[in-house]
Design a protein around this ligand. Structure first.
Ligand code: ADP
Ligand code: NA
Length: 324
């Protein structure tokens, strides 16, 4: 049976890009793959400057949002990366077989470090820690969004190199598992919805807040007047319909758009209905967890215990194979 692992940074909000691109798959896969492992990767969140109080709040907030989104601690282990020290231990072992050049060539490293006066070595090592996160559980499938596919390549290289060097077929080469909506565009029309670009809708937003963001959102740029027929296949609002509306509604919306029967505002109102239907229960569960924080803490403690047991076994075997 394939082992599922995935992680997410405690970045301040769980947005619908994260949800549709990755977390919805986490929730689906916990039913088909008992023992799935999901991690809030807080060690990844400290490679830049940050505020300790803010990070503390975000770690908690992300764990809560994942539970509210449907991660079920009776089916999957949910835990905080820093509660399982083996992540950094395996990461050290992997640094001894990762070529420096491969790390320096990573696009994300080049982008981030080019703006820095002094580059923390941890920023360079980030993908090595990510490889350790996954391989520690010998996961073969990693539900992520499209933007993470390149990063997974380094984890695959690491597994291959380690297996060759120590002559053991020990680590599987982890494969990405994408959702049908593998990349959600930003509300501003940018290629990716991302917290750092400020073009997101967070899972916890109210109906009014969602509408205030959808109303001015970019649609097909060629549709200027209401009488211009639109192109659903390039419209980010239609992309959201595909995620939130029924098949029947999608067909109707596409037909109304491409014949200029509806204006974009008509189409957005129907989208809002679908979003409210799916997101209201998530928001409600989030409020319940605010009132009962012990449920979040208990889930994290149980998850960490499960993860530590698997990780401990891996480390014992890996040290042995490496002559340690
Ligand atoms: P962000 O990019 O907002 O900082 P993360 O990098 O923590 O979010 O990503 C968490 C998960 O959500 C990853 O699996 C990532 O691939 C996925 N993800 C992030 N943004 C999107 C998006 N716009 N569309 C699809 N998936 C996304
Ligand atoms: Na990101």
């Amino acid at each position: 049976m394939a082992r599922i692992f995935s992680g997410i940074q405690p970045s301040g909000e769980l947005h619908i890009g994260n949800y549709l691109g990755a977390v919805k798959n986490w929730v689906r896969l916990q039913d088909t793959h008992p023992g799935a492992i999901y991690c809030v990767v807080d060690y990844h969140a400290i490679t830049g400057t940050y505020d300790t109080a803010v990070l503390r709040a975000r770690r908690w907030g992300m764990a809560k949002s994942l539970l509210a989104a449907g991660v079920d601690p009776s089916k999957a282990a949910l835990f905080m990366q820093s509660d399982v020290p083996a992540h950094t231990e395996l990461s050290w072992l992997f640094t001894t077989l990762t070529p420096l050049g491969d790390l320096e060539r990573q696009t994300q490293f080049k982008d981030k470090s080019s703006k820095m006066e002094s580059i923390p070595a941890g920023l360079l090592m980030y993908p090595v820690l990510q490889a350790a996160d996954i391989l520690l559980y010998r996961a073969d499938s990693v539900p992520v969004g499209e933007d993470q596919v390149q990063h997974l390549e380094l984890a695959r290289d690491t597994a291959r190199k380690w297996n060759a060097k120590f002559d053991q077929p020990y680590f599987p080469e982890p494969k990405p598992l994408l959702t049908p909506t593998r990349r959600i565009m930003g509300l501003d029309g940018q290629a990716k919805m991302s917290k750092s670009l400020g073009n997101t809708i967070a899972l916890h937003e109210t109906d009014e807040e969602i509408w205030a963001k959808i109303r001015p959102a970019v649609t097909d740029p060629q549709r200027v007047r209401k009488s211009d027929p639109g192109r659903p296949e390039v419209c980010n609002i239609f992309q959201l319909h595909k995620a939130f509306s029924s098949d029947e509604t999608q067909t109707h919306v596409a037909q109304q758009c491409s014949t200029a029967g509806w204006g974009c505002m008509d189409c957005k109102k129907v989208l809002l209905e679908g979003m409210v239907l799916e997101l209201t229960p998530i928001r409600r569960r989030s409020e319940e967890l605010d009132a009962e924080p012990a449920r979040v803490l208990d889930a994290l403690a149980d998850g960490a215990a499960t993860a530590r047991a698997i990780a401990g076994e891996t480390m014992r075997e890996v040290r042995g194979y490496m002559g340690l």
